[in-house]
Design a protein around this ligand. Structure first.
Ligand code: IPE
Ligand code: IPE
Ligand code: MG
Length: 247
């Protein structure tokens, strides 16, 4: 941890937590056991991010496409999510963590939705770290719901097409209150976005590790952060412009 430069931490870290199924299959266990282990990694990584001082952490926990998995697996994932929300309240309150969720939450089982809403309310005053769970989330869904609301506002005369710019569009996305991610980590070696933040990742640094999510711990997180701190983010400028601050 002392190897990290405090002033060069990502403001917003997003993680595609992948590889639970393979972790279990490698051990001839049911995929659900992998998801259970994955939930333990969530607990560890949330705690580690809070300790390290990452202000915004977003975890891609369930995609809009994941609804098409076998029913038993979807049910097990929803049960684990419920369990997580029940078990982590005290931890969130003790550590000043604010919970929020983004995605098409109307598709969640009623009971999960209601406990999630309760947790969001209970943790709303916290300012230590914002933990965002992307649940039933699809980047394309996000863009489409934003366009629908923008169009409705134009139709009702509250907005004109000329008002639309990058800033305004970002404000209509589910991630409206989050800065764009500085670093995206994907575990399990897959080099793809899988319909996660499509708009928001425009200039995000990407770190892919072969480590499967249930094996991903604090040391792996630190390795990812060190890799991030070693990079030069140019945003289209030349290296010289970045170094002299002349851009
Ligand atoms: C990530 O692990 C968890 C979810 C997508 C919900 P996977 O279940 O995708 O694990 P693999 O990719 O099959 O190993
Ligand atoms: C992405 O993982 C979604 C989450 C981690 C929640 P998937 O396992 O669903 O992605 P693909 O299908 O391999 O691209
Ligand atoms: Mg996967």
């Amino acid at each position: 941890m002392h190897r990290l430069e405090k002033e060069k931490l990502p403001r917003h870290l997003a993680i595609i937590m992948d590889g639970n199924g393979r972790w279990a299959e490698q051990r001839s266990l049911d995929r659900v056991v992998g998801h259970q282990k994955g939930a333990d990694s969530v607990r560890n990584i949330v705690r580690a991010c809070r300790e390290i001082g990452v202000p915004y952490l977003t975890l891609f926990a369930f995609s809009s496409e994941n609804w098409s998995r076998p029913r038993g697996e979807v049910e097990a994932l929803m049960a684990l999510l419920r369990e997580y929300l029940v078990s982590e309240l005290q931890e969130m309150l003790d550590n000043d963590i604010r919970l929020q969720a983004i995605g098409d939450l109307s598709r969640l089982p009623k009971e999960v939705f209601s406990i999630l809403s309760e947790r969001v309310k209970q943790t709303a005053p916290a300012t230590g770290m914002t933990l965002t769970l992307a649940l039933s989330y699809g980047g394309r869904d996000d863009i489409i719901q934003a366009i629908r609301r923008i169009m409705a506002n134009c139709r009702d005369g509250n907005l004109t097409p000329e008002d639309i710019n990058e800033r305004l569009f970002s404000m209509y996305l589910w991630s409206a209150n989050l800065p764009d991610p500085d670093l995206l980590i994907r575990t399990s070696g897959e080099v793809r976005i899988s319909n996660f933040f499509l708009w928001q990742l425009a200039y995000t640094e990407i770190y892919v590790t072969p480590t499967l999510w249930p094996d991903f711990g604090k040391e792996d997180l630190i390795q990812a952060l060190l890799s991030y701190q070693d990079r030069e983010r140019r945003f289209g400028l030349t290296s010289e412009q970045v170094k002299t601050g002349d851009g």
